[in-house]
Ligand binder design. Structure first.
Ligand code: MG
Length: 453
């Protein structure tokens, strides 16, 4: 059971993912869970929250993970099928030593994964994730008959999550309820069906939904990017909804469709959430290095500055904590509010977007066209041996740019940027550029390719 033994088994700081039945087996999951339990016990903890998304392999892997955890003496608190942010909050609520979430997030239907949460409700940092995999590479000491862990279930996690978020000072529940919004919803048959309809009901919305079943049989590619949201757009038009909302299978990302049925791109989710928060509470904003300038514009409109962190929820969460940020997240629709917790949270994002719409009656489409427009181009190129030399060459090629080397190289100007970073999973570099026009963004990528050649 050595991690990395197969081409599709991927071990990273965010967890271990693989293809169900090929490299992700109950034996492997039980072993990883036992190693995580040993890590929790080493840290003086005992209880571990266990949760899953809606994938068909979830119940089977829950049984395996529970066995692994009990075998090292951990108490298992099984929350069942719930959103990832709900599970992170459950770890904090129970003062657990950690959490395991069985979810492959937006990955295709054949994948599943273990994601590991620390006692603080954040995903593990790099050093702790490495310690965990070192433990998993060895023999995990098991408890004997009188030292096995117990188990119990928690069916209140979603209810607690929604209550906490609706009590936030930045969410004006009476104002939202007074508007009686019509919301079209697509949960892609993931875990969203356990929480999103309930959230909208408490916010006085009329919901028309598709794919609210929680059976994990995704009817389309599960990432909530515009090209996958055609059916939601049709639903918005057919139902006359004020807004369409789509979540990914584990409900940490939210994407929006405007009232005309057009998917506006995930970066606007964070831009609107930032605006909703900054109207009521000033403070720093932290986003990742590949997040669109639409978020900077939203922050600037309220006199706030934006700091950037390496890509990945754990990195952004820790940078937000260090900066004392009031709001932040990732441009892929992942909104984080430290007043609630440091995890990407789609129910939170949905409430913030409705809060913004409740107090300013402009429709979503107008809010988008009223802002500066940008085009983002994402490309990839073969990865050479010497990344440092590439970065230096790019820095001299674009000598007038501001440089950031926290995560690959990001070169920026007031209205455009270029981010070059090695892929964690393929022998390539990713090239991402944003500029006021697609032509200008393509130009940045082309100049970057010329430097690579
Ligand atoms: Mg996700």
């Amino acid at each position: 059971m050595t991690p990395g033994a197969s081409e599709t088994l991927m071990v990273s700081v965010s967890g271990v993912r693989g293809i169900v039945g090929k490299d992700l087996t109950p034996e492997f999951v039980a072993h990883q869970a036992a190693a995580f339990g040993a890590l929790v016990r080493d840290g003086g903890g005992s209880a571990v929250v266990l949760a899953r998304d809606a994938r068909t392999s979830g119940p089977m892997f829950t049984d395996a993970a529970r066995s692994g955890l009990q075998s090292v003496g951990c108490t298992v608190i099984d929350c069942g099928c719930i959103p990832t942010p709900t599970a992170q909050l459950a770890v904090e609520h129970h003062h657990a030593g950690g959490g395991i979430i069985l979810t492959a997030s937006h990955n295709p239907i054949e994948w599943n994964a273990l994601k590991f949460v620390g006692a603080d409700g954040l995903f593990l940092d790099q050093a702790t994730a490495a310690r965990l995999q070192a433990l998993a590479a060895g023999t995990v000491p098991r408890a004997s008959w009188d030292g096995l862990g117990s188990q119990r279930t928690d069916t209140e996690a979603v209810e607690r999550h929604l209550s906490l978020l609706l009590a936030l000072p930045v969410v004006d529940v009476p104002a939202i309820r007074a508007r009686g919004f019509r919301v079209a919803l697509d949960c892609v048959r993931g875990a969203g069906g356990t929480a999103m309809p309930q959230l909208f009901e408490r916010l006085g919305c009329t919901v028309t939904g598709i794919n609210l079943e929680t059976d994990g049989r995704f009817p389309r590619p599960p990432e909530p990017i515009p090209e996958h949201l055609g059916p939601l757009g049709e639903l918005v038009r057919a139902s006359g909804a004020d807004v369409g909302m789509a979540v990914d299978p584990d409900v940490d990302r939210l994407a929006l469709v405007d009232e005309t049925g057009r998917a506006i791109g995930e970066d606007y989710t964070l831009a609107f959430a930032v605006e909703a928060v900054l109207r009521r509470q000033r403070g720093p904003v932290v986003v990742n290095l590949s997040t669109s300038l639409v978020v900077d514009d939203a922050a600037a409109a309220h006199g706030a500055t934006v700091a950037r962190a390496p890509v990945g929820e754990a990195n952004v969460a820790r940078a937000m904590r260090a900066a004392g940020a009031v709001v932040g997240g990732e441009g892929n629709g992942g909104v984080m509010l430290p007043a609630l917790h440091l995890g990407r949270d789609a129910p939170l994002a949905a409430a913030l977007v409705l809060d913004l719409l409740a107090t300013d009656r402009r429709p979503l489409s107008e809010r988008v066209t009223a802002r500066p427009q940008y085009a983002i181009v994402k490309a990839k190129a073969p990865r050479g041996a010497d990344l440092a030399a590439l970065y230096t060459a790019l820095e001299s090629r674009f000598a007038d740019a501001t440089r950031d080397r926290q995560d690959g190289l990001r070169l920026s100007w007031p209205d455009r940027w270029l981010h070059v970073r090695p892929s964690g999973t393929e022998p390539i570099v990713r090239l991402i550029a944003e500029a006021p026009t697609a032509e200008a963004a393509e130009g940045l990528v082309a100049a970057c390719r010329a430097t690579l050649a």
